[in-house]
Design a protein around this ligand. Sequence first.
Ligand SMILES: [Zn+2]
Ligand SMILES: [Zn+2]
Length: 127
Amino acid sequence: MLSNSSKNTHSPKPLPRTDTFTCVRCGLTVTTLAPDGNRRNHCPSCLHSRHVRDAAEGGPSACRGRMSPIAIAVLRTDDWMVIHRCTRCDELTSNPVSPDDNQLILMRMAVRPLAHPSFPLEAFGDL
Ligand SMILES: [Zn+2]
Ligand SMILES: [Zn+2]
């Protein structure tokens, strides 16, 4: 009775998301899907990113500057976040760490404040 010509008769298999971007710093081709199933926005090798989202407004950003990883933040859930700063407009963003992110760079950022304290740590020796 119903002649639905636009009916989808074939059932396509769910395609894996194969979106990629090229790292602005090291040129690595990065898939936007991380091994843990989450989307990633930064290069797993050098952890650099590109400023394509406006962190304050939530929409796309026209800046497209290079975002350098500058620090690690730890959430209450013990998840690590990479803090990025845009080298063009100085906006700060935080992004989840992926399982295959470069752990040497992550650790280097995590210990940097302790390796370069802005006050003498000897003060804590008597605690
Ligand atoms: Zn890279
Ligand atoms: Zn920017």
